[in-house]
Design a protein around this ligand. Structure first.
Ligand code: ZN
Length: 457
C-alpha cells in the first residue's frame, strides 16, 4: 500500500488521503477546506491528482470538511463508486445539495454585483451534486466488502455523528485503519465509538490531541446554567450550531431540561432549512441511536420535537424572529458563524449585553466563531463592524471529537500490532503533543502528516 497525504494534513479541514493498492487508487474522504476565504477557495479548486484516475472513494462521514468536495471530484471526471454508511448517504443528500445551493447563490450574487468583471464559477453546481449522489454505495457497519483490486473495507461506528465510520482496509498483507473523526463516549443520540480490530497502521484524527474536554455528563448542567442566567437578564440565547448532529443533540438536551422542569418552557426555534432536513434523516435512522434515545421512541416520544419547539425552513419566518419579544432560544447554522442565517441573528443580538451567544463546537482558525471564542470585542458581520456586548459562552462538553486521553483510549485495542500512526486533522499544537503522548504511552512511532507526504506501508 502507498499513502499520500493531501488534505487535513497539518490543519483540520479538507480531509483527503490517497491510497494506492493492487494497481488501484482510492481516496479516503474528499472534504472541503474552510477558513480564510481566498485561501480556502484556492485550495478547494486544486486537486493534486487526476480525478478520473481515482477508482473509488471511501467516505468516513457526512461533515462537509470530509465530503464537501465529492461533487468537485465528479465535475472533474470521477465516475467510480463512493462507499459509505447508509445514514451518511442520506445525510449527504441533504448536505451536498445544500452546499451546491449556497455555492450557486454566492456565485450569482458576486456576478450580479460585478457585471464588468469575469464571471465567477461556483466550485460545483447542483447538477454535479446530483451526479455525485448517484455514485454512493451503502456499506453497513461490520460488513467486510470487496472494493476493487485486492482491497476489502470494513467499517465501525466512530461515535462522532450519525453514520460516522472508522474504516479498516485489508489487502491480504497489510491492514490499515482510518479513524475518520473519532467521537466520545456518552454523547447524546449516537452510540459510543466501537473498538477496532488489530491493524498494522493507523491514520488518526488529532483535532483535540493537545487538550482535555470537560466531561460530557456536565453538558446538561452547564446548558441549564447558561440558559437560566440569560433568561434572568431578560435576554435571548443565540446558539450557532452545526446543522448535523449538534442541533439535534441540543434539542434533545433542552427537551430533557424542560421535561424535568429545570428550565422554564420558553420558545425554541431551530432556524435552518438544512437542520430541518437533517433532523428527518435522523428520524429515519433509529438503528444508529444509543439506548437513551431509543427509550424516547419506545415511550412514544419524538426525541427531536416537542411542544415549545418550532422548526423554521422559510426565510420570511426566520426574519420575523428579529421582532419577537421576550426570552427565547434560536439554534441556527453555521456552527463556526461563517455563513447562513446565524449571521443575521448575531447581527441583531450581539450588541445587547442581556443576550448570550453559546458556541457549541470546534471553531477553526480565522472563523468568526473563533474570534468570538477568543474574546474579540469588535468583529465584522456581513463586512460591517459589530461591537460584541453579548455574553459569549462555549459548551465544549458537547464536543463531537475525542480529546487527547479519549484518543489514546480509543486506539488502545490496536496497539499490540500497530507499527506506526499517522496523525491528520489537527493543527500542529494539537498533533505534536499527541504524537509525543502516543510514543510515551505505547512506545509506537506517531508521525504528523504534512501535505504531499508519501508513505510506503
Ligand atoms: Zn466530523
Amino acid at each position: 500500500m502507498r499513502l499520500t497525504f493531501s488534505g487535513a494534513a497539518g490543519c483540520v479541514t479538507g480531509s483527503q488521503h490517497l491510497l494506492e493498492s493492487g494497481g488501484k487508487r482510492f481516496l479516503l474522504d474528499c472534504g472541503m477546506f474552510q477558513g480564510r476565504r481566498k485561501e480556502a477557495e484556492k485550495k478547494n479548486k486544486t486537486l493534486p491528482f487526476d480525478a478520473n484516475s481515482i477508482d473509488a472513494v471511501l467516505l468516513s462521514h457526512a461533515h462537509i470538511d470530509h465530503s464537501g468536495r465529492l461533487p468537485f471530484l465528479v465535475k472533474n471526471g470521477f465516475r467510480g463508486p463512493i462507499y459509505t454508511n447508509p445514514a451518511t448517504i442520506d445525510l449527504c443528500h441533504a448536505m451536498l445539495r445544500d452546499t451546491a445551493h449556497i455555492l450557486e447563490s454566492d456565485a450569482a450574487f458576486v456576478n450580479k454585483h460585478h457585471p464588468d468583471e469575469e464571471p465567477v464559477e461556483p466550485l460545483f453546481t447542483m447538477q454535479d451534486a446530483e451526479e455525485t449522489l448517484a455514485l454512493f454505495q451503502p456499506v453497513r457497519y461490520r460488513t467486510p466488502t470487496p472494493i476493487g483490486g485486492n482491497l476489502t473495507m470494513e467499517s465501525f461506528d466512530a461515535g462522532h455523528i450519525l453514520g460516522s465510520s472508522a474504516i479498516v482496509l485489508r489487502d491480504g498483507h497489510t491492514t490499515l485503519a482510518f479513524s475518520g473523526d473519532v467521537g466520545r463516549p456518552g454523547l447524546p443520540i449516537i452510540r459510543d465509538p466501537e473498538p477496532l480490530p488489530p491493524a498494522d497502521y493507523l491514520i488518526m484524527e488529532s483535532t483535540y490531541g493537545g487538550r482535555r474536554h470537560p466531561r460530557e455528563s456536565e453538558a446538561l448542567g452547564k446548558l441549564e446554567t447558561v440558559v437560566s442566567e440569560t433568561f434572568a437578564r431578560g435576554g435571548r440565547l443565540i446558539v450557532p450550531a452545526f446543522a448535523v448532529g449538534r442541533t439535534q443533540q441540543l434539542v434533545l438536551l433542552l427537551h430533557q431540561l424542560m421535561n424535568e422542569r429545570r428550565l422554564p418552557a420558553v420558545p425554541i426555534y431551530v432556524d435552518s432549512p438544512l437542520a430541518v432536513n437533517v433532523t428527518d434523516v435522523f428520524r429515519a435512522h433509529p438503528e444508529c441511536f444509543d439506548e437513551e434515545t431509543r427509550r424516547y421512541l419506545e415511550n412514544g416520544e419524538d426525541p427531536f420535537g416537542f411542544r415549545r419547539l418550532t422548526y423554521i425552513r422559510d426565510a420570511a419566518e426566520s426574519k420575523k424572529l428579529n421582532d419577537l419579544r421576550g426570552p427565547f432560544i434560536v439554534i441556527s447554522a453555521s456552527g463556526m458563524c461563517e455563513a447562513g442565517r446565524i449571521l443575521h441573528h448575531l447581527r441583531h443580538n450581539i450588541g445587547d449585553p442581556k443576550n448570550t451567544v453559546l458556541l457549541t463546537g470546534y471553531q477553526a482558525e480565522n472563523t468568526l466563531g473563533r474570534k468570538l471564542a477568543d474574546g474579540m470585542k469588535t468583529v465584522r458581520i456581513f463586512g460591517l463592524p459589530a461591537i460584541v456586548r453579548a455574553r459569549i459562552e462555549s459548551l465544549d462538553e458537547l464536543s463531537g471529537h475525542a480529546d487527547s486521553e479519549e484518543l489514546l483510549n480509543w486506539m488502545k485495542p490496536l496497539t499490540p500490532t500497530l507499527k506506526r500512526v499517522f496523525l491528520v486533522h489537527g493543527e500542529p499544537q494539537s498533533s505534536t503533543p499527541l504524537a509525543a503522548a502516543i510514543h510515551s504511552t505505547y512506545g509506537i512511532e506517531a508521525v504528523v502528516a504534512s501535505p504531499g507526504r508519501i508513505e510506503e506501508i
